[in-house]
Design a protein around this ligand. Structure first.
Ligand code: GDP
Length: 314
């Protein structure tokens, strides 16, 4: 009888926020089978508005991977119209968080299914099947989480900080309410423990990835896989590509560079992928015990995005 070693899982698990993760998942989908990708997605920015449950990070990824995202706005669906919001605005309703007419269908569908007792994991799988997304999008938890900001204006919810104040407020601290009691979803746990590699997407470390790490034992699961953990820096040459990651790092006491991001994650990362503009920091990261790959990490051009994806898998 010939006994063969069990084949190593080819699955790649990606800890994911919104835009930075969506771009990396799209790039990875260009070089490996999308069905081999599992995204463990942040739900700390989720909100209930107009009675509807909205999951911005899950939707950003699903819309991007289905080729329907709005490149001009950087969020939402393309070919969008705004008749409902305009009408709501005219009524004096809460129209600061813009929900397009097409986008609303996603939130109506999700809210109805959650109301019927389906979990966020199940509803996300249903939506992805309808959108033709083959990457498995796995909410880190099916329990409610809420990332809140301690700011110069007092406590703000995620979307008050991010959308209403356009993240132009001094932040003193970030807290993820519900994280201590939230359970890791079965799909997320399976991906984190069985994947060949755990990738930390170039998402905002403080407000997209940390809320994932704070759920249950996710941080220790990731730390336990250190040798298989690859992280891509969202900071290039001292600036975020998009959003407040750079400003938040500084306000919360970290260096505004890939080194500051590495300090934030600490010893859970085996390999850092940093941008060629940050090559000067490679030795500092090596001295801290990380392997380092230096390459182009800006994913605006497909060829660069695919090169980064191959580096992540190398
Ligand atoms: P959000 O929830 O939609 O704000 O998205 P994320 O947290 O996933 O992404 C925001 C982070 O993605 C920012 O810190 C950006 O710097 C980073 N990001 C976006 N595009 C790129 C890219 O092409 N390359 C790299 N390295 N980072 C990116």
């Amino acid at each position: 009888m010939i006994v063969t070693a069990p084949s190593l899982s080819k699955v790649i698990c990606v800890l994911s926020g919104g835009v930075g993760a969506a771009r990396l998942l799209q790039a990875l989908s260009g070089v490996i089978e999308p069905r081999e990708l599992r995204a463990v997605v942040n739900v700390g920015d989720d909100l209930v508005l107009h009675g509807l449950t909205i999951c911005p990070d899950l939707d950003t990824i699903a819309y991007t991977l289905s080729g329907r995202h709005n490149d001009v706005l950087g969020w939402g669906l393309k070919d969008e119209s705004w008749r409902v919001m305009d009408e709501l605005d005219a009524l004096g309703g809460e129209a600061w968080f813009r929900l397009g007419d097409r986008d609303l269908a996603t939130h109506l569908y999700r809210s109805q299914r959650l109301g019927e007792g389906a979990t966020k994991t199940i509803v996300t799988a249903e939506l992805c099947a309808k959108f033709g997304v083959d990457v498995a999008l796995l909410p880190v938890s099916d329990d409610p989480l809420a990332t809140v900001f301690d700011t110069e204006l007092g406590t703000l919810s995620f979307q008050e900080y991010f959308v209403r104040h356009r993240h132009d407020v001094v932040v003193h601290g970030v807290k993820v309410e519900g994280a201590a009691s939230a359970r890791v979803s079965a799909g997320a746990r399976d991906a984190l423990t069985t994947a060949a590699r755990v990738v930390i997407a170039p998402s905002n470390p403080l407000i997209s990835i940390d809320p994932i790490l704070q759920v249950g034992d996710v941080r220790s699961l990731v730390r336990g896989r250190r040798d298989d953990v690859v992280a891509v820096s969202p900071i290039i040459a001292g600036a975020a590509v998009k959003g407040p990651a750079d400003r938040l790092l500084g306000e919360l006491g970290y260096a505004v560079s890939c080194v500051g991001v590495a300090d934030f994650y600490g010893d859970m990362v085996g390999t850092w992928i940093i941008d060629e503009h940050d090559a000067e920091h490679a030795d500092t990261l090596r001295e801290r015990g990380h392997r380092v790959i230096v390459t182009t990490t800006l994913m605006h051009e497909t060829a660069n995005a695919h090169r980064l994806a191959r580096a992540v898998l190398s």
